[in-house]
Write a protein of this length. Structure first.
Length: 402
């Protein structure tokens, strides 16, 4: 059972979570619980590391931002003990949850489960801190924002759990973010592939890596509410779903920025130079378009990057301006990526037509397009985010009846 920030946001909530865990224990299950920090805590900690020093050591960043989870595991263990449930807290290093040493975005390498399994066998509930692990040099690592989902799936896989239940502040996975589209419909089931695309394109209900890990290890993954006792959403294999809509869900991300290199030489090796320079400087590029420029022998390349990486991207490209021989470097942060996702898209034509004509009817200009087998993404002006998501939701027949 994994509980996110809002679900453990107050002492009252932590007590309610303890009751939920007790009910499952009383039903005869062995339970490992993974918790996030109280809502808002991690943001505050990140902010403090920035204020303390712009150029801080990522290892110290991890020491600070991992501390929120230390509080909630202790509090939940106390709350459980107080209602007669035997429980103890586990920090990442105590488990141990071994990761690589990429601080701030570490990957889980292995989990020692022996000690925890022995205690579960004795009837003790394990309450593990999400989001954190330990690197080979014994320093604390964190798994990237939203990483408790990944901690939970990894622990479920390592323990051989029957299921991994992600309890959160919505009662399942919806056709789009229910906070911006009230007509969003709850899905009983969604495929791993679709969930992976939705998560990696901005639906933060599950961290992308948690979905990939569940898929790889065959973990039964469910998303459900920690506030209400309602059926949630199961993430399943494709053969467990009867195909219906061409589009299953819509995601958006405002965490995007656009870069255009104007007037590059139109010759072999130029794109290779641009993107290897970006890669060498750890800039992740997402969408890319190349168009012919107005001048002969010239071309323009536009691409999108994570907003946080925009400064780095433009600095390194300015650094090789002479070598690349471009005319201008344009950047914009006023963009948003909207993606429609659906397995059935592979066999049903016309999804792109519906998407583009819906946006056109609303007067929304498309700046960049990218596709995968089961997804179409567009980059548009940020001010159109909600309008685009809502009108696409209606156009693809996803609005709920009620
Ligand atoms: P937690 O703190 O429990 O990890 P998150 O805030 O990380 O919770 O994720 C839950 C949030 O994800 C919801 O409050 C909702 O606004 C957002 N969300 C985005 N897209 C979707 C979607 N398709 N279905 C459900 N929730 C979504
Ligand atoms: N507390 C961490 C965060 O806010 C991890 C998580 O909530 O999943 O990113
Ligand atoms: Mg989350």
């Amino acid at each position: 059972m994994k509980f996110g920030g809002t679900s453990v946001g107050t002492i009252e909530r932590i007590k309610a979570v303890a009751d939920q865990v007790k009910a499952v224990v009383d039903a005869g299950h062995q339970v490992a619980v993974v918790v996030s920090a109280m809502s808002g805590t991690t943001n505050q900690l990140v902010q403090w590391t920035r204020e303390a020093g712009a150029m801080h050591d990522a290892r110290e960043y991890d020491v600070v931002v991992s501390s929120g989870e230390q509080v909630t595991v202790g509090l939940l263990a106390i709350a459980l003990q107080n209602i007669g449930v035997e429980a103890r807290s586990w920090l990442g290093w105590q488990v141990a949850m071994h990761t690589d040493n990429i601080h701030g975005g570490a990957r889980i390498e292995s989990i020692d489960t022996e000690a925890m399994l022995a205690r579960l066998e004795q009837g003790q509930v394990a309450v593990m801190a999400g989001f954190q692990g330990v690197a080979e040099d014994n320093r604390i690592t964190t798994l990237g924002r939203g990483g408790s989902d990944t901690s939970a799936v990894a622990l479920a896989a390592a323990l051989g759990a029957d299921r991994c239940d992600i309890y959160t502040d919505v009662d399942g996975v919806y056709t789009t973010d229910p906070r911006i589209v009230p007509k969003a419909t709850k899905l009983d089931k969604i495929t791993f592939e679709e969930m992976l695309e939705l998560a990696s394109n901005g639906a933060k209900v599950l961290q992308t890596r948690s979905v990939a890990m569940a898929m790889r290890h065959g973990v039964k993954l469910q998303v459900l509410s920690s506030f209400e006792d309602l059926p949630g959403t199961m993430v399943v294999n494709e053969d467990e779903i009867m195909e219906k809509n061409s589009v299953s869900g819509i995601a958006y991300s405002v965490d995007e920025a656009k870069v255009t290199l104007v007037g590059l030489d139109d010759k072999p090796g130029v794109a290779a130079n641009v993107f290897s320079t970006l890669a060498d400087n750890n800039v992740n590029v997402d969408m890319i378009v190349q168009t012919a420029a107005s001048a002969p022998g010239k071309t323009d390349i536009t691409f999108s990057v994570n907003g946080a990486e925009l400064d780095r991207a433009s600095t390194v490209l300015q650094g090789i301006k002479d070598e690349l021989n471009y005319n201008d470097l344009l950047t914009s942060e006023d963009v948003c990526k909207v993606s429609v996702v659906g397995m059935a898209m592979r066999s049903q034509p016309g999804v792109a037509r519906t998407m583009f004509s819906t946006l056109a009817e609303k007067g929304i200009n498309i700046e960049v397009i990218s596709t995968s087998e089961i997804k179409i993404s567009v980059l548009i002006g940020r001010e159109y985010t909600e309008l685009a998501v809502r009108s696409l939701h209606t156009a693809f027949g996803l609005d709920s009846e009620s």
